[in-house]
Design a protein around this ligand. Structure first.
Ligand SMILES: [Zn+2]
Length: 342
C-alpha cells in the first residue's frame, strides 16, 4: 500500500512557550529519527509538505466568531474576551503564530485525508495532527483547531464511511462531540479514566444520542494500566466494532502520552503494546489516515512514531538508534534502543 508522511520543518518554528509541555520540536525529532533509521530516502517522494488550511475548511466544524478570535490572536497578544474561548491561560496560551500553527496542522490532516480519499496513498501519516480536544467554539487541552474532525468531515463530505480510533491517554472528547448524534461516524476512544485525568469525560455510559446512539464508544482504563490491559481492551473492543461498521477509511489518533515516562498521564504503555495496536489498526483499515497526538516525553514520541511509520511501510525498523542521531540530539537524552525493554 502506498504511504505518505506529511511533514514540514515549519512545524517546529512554533512554540507554546518554554514551560509548556507540548513541544512542536518533537515533530522534527521524529522526522529526523525516521530518516536516521533509514526509513526514508533522501528526497523521498513519500514526504509531502502541507499547506495551511483555509478559513472555509475550518467552518465545517468551528464557529466563525471563534475563528475570528483565533485569527486576531495570532500576534501573540491576548485580546479582551479571549478567555471565553478557552484562550490565554495555562493549557492554551496565546503565543505568536498560534493561528498559523493551527492552520498548518489542520492543513496537514486535510492533505492526509485528501491523499487517502483520492487513492494517491493508502496510508497517510500526519505526525503533527491529532489535536482532539478542540471544541467548535473554544480551545481545550493544547488544541485550538480540531484537525481530526476536519479530516473526518472532508471524508464524509466525499461519501466515505469513517471510523475514528483514539489511543491517546486522554479521552478524544472534541471528536466525540462532533459526531455524538450521528451514525455516519463511529468514534472509539481508549484512555485513562476521566476520574483521574483531563478532560474528565469518556465513561462507558457515553454512547451517543439520537441516531448516534451506539456510535460513540468509550473504554476508560484504570490508573497505571500497561500493555497487557490496554492491548487486551483494544483487542476485545475495537476489531469487532470496526468489522460490524465496515468503514471505508479509519482515522486514528496515535497519542503516546500513554507511555510510562510521560509526565502528564498515569499509564504504563511500552513500544511493544503501542506497536501491537498500530498493527491491529493497519490490519483493520481499508484506507488509513494516521494522526499523531499527545506525547510529552519527546524521546517516546520520536521512537514510537518512527516504529509506527515502519509498520505502515511493512519494513522492520532497526533495534538501535543510530549513534549519529544520538550525538546530534544528545540534549534530548534518547536511550540507545528504539524499542523499550529487552
Ligand atoms: Zn493526550
Amino acid at each position: 500500500m502506498k504511504t505518505a508522511l506529511i511533514y514540514s520543518d515549519d512545524f517546529s518554528r512554533f512554540s507554546y512557550g518554554s514551560s509548556h509541555p507540548l513541544k512542536p520540536f518533537r515533530l522534527k525529532l521524529t522526522y529526523e529519527l525516521i530518516k536516521a533509521c533509514g526509513l526514508l530516502a533522501p528526497d523521498d517522494p513519500r514526504v509531502i509538505v502541507p499547506a495551511p488550511a483555509k478559513r472555509e475548511d475550518l467552518l465545517t466544524f468551528h464557529s466563525a466568531e471563534y475563528i475570528d478570535m483565533l485569527e486576531a490572536s495570532n500576534s501573540g497578544r491576548e485580546l479582551p474576551g479571549a478567555a471565553a474561548y478557552g484562550l490565554g491561560y495555562g493549557d492554551n496560551p496565546v503565543f505568536p503564530g498560534m493561528f498559523d500553527w493551527s492552520l498548518l496542522v489542520a492543513g496537514a490532516s486535510l492533505l492526509a485525508a485528501h491523499l487517502v480519499d483520492s487513492g494517491e496513498a493508502g496510508i497517510a501519516f500526519n505526525i503533527s495532527g491529532g489535536l482532539h480536544h478542540a471544541q467548535a467554539n473554544r480551545a481545550s487541552g493544547f488544541c485550538y483547531i480540531n484537525d481530526p474532525v476536519l479530516a473526518i468531515m472532508l471524508l464524509v463530505a466525499r461519501g466515505r464511511r469513517v471510523a475514528y480510533i483514539d489511543i491517546d491517554a486522554h479521552h478524544g472528547d472534541g471528536v466525540q462531540a462532533a459526531f455524538y448524534d450521528t451514525d455516519k461516524v463511529l468514534t472509539i476512544s481508549l484512555h485513562e479514566t476521566g476520574e483521574t485525568l483531563f478532560p474528565g469525560t469518556g465513561f462507558e455510559r457515553q454512547t451517543g444520542e439520537g441516531t448516534g446512539r451506539g456510535y460513540s464508544v468509550n473504554i476508560p482504563l484504570p490508573l497505571g494500566a500497561g500493555d497487557e490491559l490496554f492491548v487486551r481492551a483494544f483487542a476485545e473492543a475495537v476489531p469487532q466494532r470496526i468489522e460490524r461498521f465496515r468503514p471505508d477509511v479509519i482515522v486514528s489518533q496515535l497519542g503516546v502520552d500513554t507511555f510510562r515516562s510521560d509526565p502528564l498521564a498515569h499509564l504504563n504503555i511500552t513500544t511493544e503494546g503501542f506497536c501491537t495496536m498500530v498493527r491491529m489498526i493497519k490490519s483493520l483499515a481499508p484506507k488509513w489516515v494516521a494522526l499523531g497526538g499527545g506525547g510529552y516525553d519527546v524521546t517516546n514520541v520520536a521512537r514510537a512514531w518512527t516504529l509506527a511509520w515502519a509498520i505502515m511501510n511493512d519494513v522492520r525498523a532497526p533495534d538501535d538508534i543510530p549513534p549519529s542521531f544520538l550525538q546530534r540530539f544528545s540534549g534530548a537524552a534518547f536511550p540507545n534502543r528504539l524499542r523499550d525493554g529487552a
